[in-house]
Design a protein around this ligand. Structure first.
Ligand code: PLP
Length: 389
């Protein structure tokens, strides 16, 4: 009997929560990856915005392996240097005051929701727990972050969900203030660019409505920077491009460079909301993960951010108005492309031509490494354009 292939084992033993592409990754280097049949691809997905500086990034590997050689874990009952160092870097870069570590975007958002609820109870009194989130948003897959996610398709068959969320329509900024006061809301949670929702930047008038409502009704602003954060927007965090000063910022994907991390950053108004026992995580703040994240975060220099903006412009200039392309949206290197052909066919054609791309709803989604070399990016865009035409 011959050994079963990875694909057969996967089909047999892994819960069918994912529709996988028919590719088995064998290895990668920078923005190139190879499958087990030896086919080379330009990676325009980076494991969903995770591999910030590409695959097998040596600086990150060195940081991670050095920490592995010291100790791999200690629990949050003890101090550890990488954990503290990363927290300092995050706070200094954002002006936020304290961080809590989890292991995923959903956990970062769970922490934000707990912080907002406790703050609301303390400062506004009972009954002010409702958080406004946005229609078409995505905040995670746990029961509470699903409730925060403003898309019915994710809710069906998983009810009852956690109470305390209402959804605002970003196309109707004039309704936001009334919605917040009708529900005695405590906070508004938003993505500067809705990623899973179709790579849609928040409309400017909605951003203004959030600012106004937050100021008038003493609401917290919670920025979900899980996908867009850590340099991908061309700024350190996407909200910085919108002139917002959120009270809570969550981030995850790109920060760990490939290892699981989720961070909830707490600003002045909520910095001291938690006391020992309020929240926790066994793996959160793992020293190996944090050492890797320190390596990633310390390299998000103004030069790298300027590179992201230049590469973004190259993508927009190349694809906007190209044959078979209806629209190009996004910010920095988080880009959505509406194609005339069905997106599924375009993604398959890209794969055929040696480019790995993702989707977001009915769009193609591009999330290349922040340091993808310009010549590789041009080559990827040429192949993508050909697949769209
Ligand atoms: C991916 C994502 C999440 C969920 O992160 P997980 O690590 O999968 O839990 C939350 N919010 C946004 C905006 C995301 O893109």
């Amino acid at each position: 009997m011959t050994a079963k292939t990875t694909r057969q084992l996967d089909e047999e033993y892994i819960a069918h929560t994912y529709a996988r592409f028919p590719v088995e990754i064998a290895k990668g280097q920078g923005s190139l990856v190879w499958d087990t049949e030896g086919k080379e691809y330009i990676d325009m997905g980076t494991g969903i915005a995770v591999n910030a500086f590409g695959v097998s990034d040596q600086t990150w590997i060195d940081a991670v392996t050095a920490q592995l050689g010291r100790f791999q874990h200690t629990s949050n009952l003890f101090y550890s240097a990488p954990c503290a160092q990363l927290a300092q870097m995050l706070c200094e870069a954002t002006g936020l005051k304290k961080v809590f570590y989890g292991n995923s975007g959903a956990e970062a958002n769970e922490c934000a929701i707990k912080a907002a609820r406790k703050w609301a109870e303390q400062t506004k009194g009972p009954g002010h727990h409702t958080i406004i989130t946005l229609k078409n948003s995505f905040h995670g897959r746990t029961i509470t972050t699903l409730a925060a996610t403003g898309q019915d398709v994710f809710h069906q068959q998983f009810t009852p969900l956690t109470e305390g969320f209402v959804y605002a329509d970003t196309e109707k900024p004039e309704e936001l203030a009334a919605l917040a006061s009708a529900h005695q809301a405590s906070a508004i949670m938003f993505e500067a660019v809705q990623g899973e929702g179709g790579v849609l930047p928040l409309p400017v008038d909605f951003v203004q409505a959030m600012k106004d409502a937050a100021a008038e009704q003493n609401l917290l602003l919670i920025a979900d920077e899980v996908q867009l954060g850590n340099g991908r927007s061309g700024a350190m965090y996407g909200y910085m491009n919108l002139g917002l000063e959120p009270d809570i910022v969550t981030t995850a994907k790109g920060l760990g460079g490939g290892l699981p991390i989720g961070v909830c950053m707490l600003g002045q108004r909520v910095a001291d909301v938690f006391v020992p026992g309020d929240h926790g995580s066994t793996f959160g703040g793992n020293p190996v993960v944090c050492a890797g994240a320190v390596s990633i975060f310390s390299r998000l220099t103004e030069e790298v951010l300027a590179g992201v903006r230049a590469k973004s412009k190259l993508v927009f200039d190349t694809l906007t108005g190209a044959e078979g392309i209806e629209s190009v949206t996004g910010m920095g290197l988080m880009i959505g492309v509406k194609t005339k052909k069905p997106v599924k066919d375009v993604v398959a054609a890209c794969r055929e031509k040696g480019v790995l791309v993702l989707t977001a709803k009915d769009k193609m989604r591009l999330l290349p490494a922040l340091n993808i070399p310009d010549d590789l990016l041009r080559e990827a865009l040429a192949r993508i354009a050909a697949a769209c035409a």
